[in-house]
Design a binder for this molecule. Structure first.
Ligand code: FMN
Length: 258
């Protein structure tokens, strides 16, 4: 099997970029990246996702605030929101008269279920990552914003989302500044703790203790109250205000979805 060197190099060199040159992304480049994105695999080729390009500067600023106050969002030349989208399929079913199949007992009721949300989220995220790599290959940098899952009601109104669309990820894209280009890539957990053969392997206490040691140089001081990197991670991430809001927001969306 032949391997495409430039592609693997692009993947290996990628890192998140959070500071962009002000240059806009030319229309031709945007279209090529979106064309590549549309080639992403999708469950049953149903393409249960939609993408919103955010061009309105006021909306970018609103998103910078609503996505855990990350100002670089509003300074990003190109912002894409990836929606897990069951609405289009439900509309299609309605137009196709699927209700008559239900009434005749030939099919179950038409509604968006939790499994549909997971499948649509898979489609949306695979499309997003395809866009990331296509952008990278054209010298653009990018950064995911997971906080777009927060403030469900606000984002629904801001983007005029119908009932069965959920913003699963946002991407900020643009040309990296020199400083960002020079920044070394982040470290990863060692492969033997992530990739297994034939069966799952739970890590030993010693492996767990040192799992995130590679992050210590970037976090020389733990947050108040944390005695080790596990407690620091828990306080910073899993019990942080943004995580509380994400949990609330996703729960509100799920209550509505199901
Ligand atoms: C689902 C997801 C959500 C993320 N959300 C954010 C975010 O809200 N803000 C941010 O600055 N980076 C965000 N990131 C980027 C990660 O912080 C980044 O990928 C990670 O630290 C590894 O660094 P690298 O991408 O440079 O290798 C997100 C990444 C993913 C995959």
């Amino acid at each position: 099997m032949t391997e495409s060197r430039p592609t693997i190099d692009t993947i290996l060199k990628r890192k998140s970029i959070r500071s962009f040159r002000p240059d806009p992304v030319p229309e031709e480049q945007r279209r090529r990246i979106l064309e590549a994105m549309l080639r992403a695999p999708s469950a049953g080729n149903q393409m249960l996702y939609s993408v919103i390009e955010v061009e309105d500067q006021h909306k970018k600023e609103e998103l910078a605030r609503s996505c855990d106050n990350q100002p670089f969002i509003s300074r990003s030349p190109w912002v894409l929101i990836f929606l897990a989208d069951m609405q289009r399929m439900l509309d299609f079913f309605e137009l196709s008269g699927v209700h008559s199949l239900v009434e005749s007992g030939a099919a179950e009721s038409v509604k968006a279920r939790e499994a549909d949300l997971l499948l649509a989220s898979c489609d949306a995220l695979i499309a997003a990552q395809t866009a990331v790599l296509a952008a990278e290959s054209l010298a653009l940098g990018s950064c995911y914003i997971g906080d777009v899952m927060e403030n469900y009601e606000f984002h629904r109104d801001l983007l005029q989302l119908p009932d069965y669309c959920f913003p699963i990820a946002m991407l900020c894209l643009g040309y990296p500044t020199e400083q960002q280009q020079r920044r070394p890539p982040t470290e990863r957990i060692a492969a033997d703790k992530i990739i297994f053969t034939d069966r799952y392997r739970r890590l030993t206490p010693d492996e767990l203790r040192h799992l995130y040691d590679h992050n210590i140089p970037r976090r020389p001081r733990f947050v108040d109250g944390a005695k080790n990197i596990g407690q620091d991670t828990y306080l910073r991430k899993f019990s942080s205000p943004f995580m509380m809001e994400m949990r609330r927001s996703v729960k509100a969306m799920l209550a509505h979805w199901s």
